[in-house]
Design a protein around this ligand. Sequence first.
Ligand code: S3P
Ligand code: PEP
Length: 435
Amino acid sequence: MTSSTTAPAPTWEAPLAGAPLDATVEVPGSKSLTNRLLVLAALADSPGTLRGALRSRDADLMIGALRALGAGIEEGDEPSTLRVTPGPVAGNTEVDTGLAGTVMRFLPPFAALADGPVRFDGDAEARVRPMLPVLAALRALGVTVHDPEHPGEPPAFLPFTVEGRGGVPGGSVDVDASGSSQFVSGLLLAAARFERGLTLRHIGATLPSLPHIEMTVATLRDVGVEVDDSRDGIWSVRPGPITGRDVRVEPDLSNAAPFLASALVAGGTVRVPGWPTLTTQPGAMVPELLERMGGTYTLADGVLSVTGTGEIHGIDVDLHAGGELAPTFAALAALADSPSRLRGIAHLRGHETDRLAALAREITRLGGQAEETRDGLVITPRPLRGDVVRTYADHRMATSAALLGLRVPGVLVENVATTAKTLPDFTGMWLGMLG
Ligand SMILES: O=C(O)C1=C[C@@H](OP(=O)(O)O)[C@@H](O)[C@H](O)C1
Ligand SMILES: C=C(OP(=O)(O)O)C(=O)O
């Protein structure tokens, strides 16, 4: 018998909360806004600037890809200030999507405008994330998408090549977006540059993450694009110019979630400044959900404060509008005083990992009880014990494990560096919060 040569993945011992919290946490810019604003700035008719942009793996993959596709992107005085100079969309290039849904789903329609082929590939974990609806829509719109290594088989996953021909006629297309709202967002973001614009009709039974589609529509309108979203499940984008603008990016409210949730686990107060009064981010749901689980919150002068007592109540919640919040609420549910049900999140099976399976498996590993349902999780609190928590290259599995570790001694988070996908200094921020 030979011994395994695979080194164990490094782990990070999640710190226990020794005392009630009293912390203010500055949360970097929203991933979803940063990557939309970058795409629109690169498609615009004039230069634009993002301030307070996220700099993380997903944002830097988007920057790298847009540069490869012909845009100029320079840092200003700070890394979070990005000056974007649009250029003709360039082909004969490659896009590394990493594991970023926003890069793999937003850029194929953009690449269809290029003057040559654009090859897309990403991480091993990215190669199993669903891509078919956006690629099939492009093909229905007359764009050639193929995998030169498997000619004759229309690709449904990474890797693939989009044959840019310098323009897209556009028109009408049906898309089943029940697997991801990003299929809709990606097509809408590039549609003002299609010759006839685009009318997109969602034909699936369910539609996740509607706030993220509303974010797409809002960011398009902010740069002067006309969008008709007056009919449920149908979006029409008129062809027309896109204006380069100077915009400030809101903090990432979904990344704020595990920090705010910490107040419920450890007791005390956590504050996040820069909380927008009006936003399309699904993280806007976080304060009310934390209140339902036993916290209280206030919003004053743009500072959101969440206070907890250490007591957490179970919740029955449909998270289809904000599925990316599920790992945070699953961790709270595992520490609650009554069972919880998270519903409406079947599409999490196509996220960074199959999040329903991963959350059920890891909560169970710590001695908890968590079962997958058709469209979510049922979590019954049990006494938990420390162990290694596997993270499956998923940043939110890591932040969710850190939350459990505030109360459960000996939680060892595997590959905590995966948090760099959207939060490059997660462990520094977490330790800072604990004081
Ligand atoms: O458009 C976006 O920026 C996002 C949309 C959502 O995707 P799904 O609709 O696939 O859940 C969300 O979960 C993801 O984190 C970001
Ligand atoms: C689902 C997520 O990411 P992505 O943008 O890669 O889909 C997420 O951040 O929770």
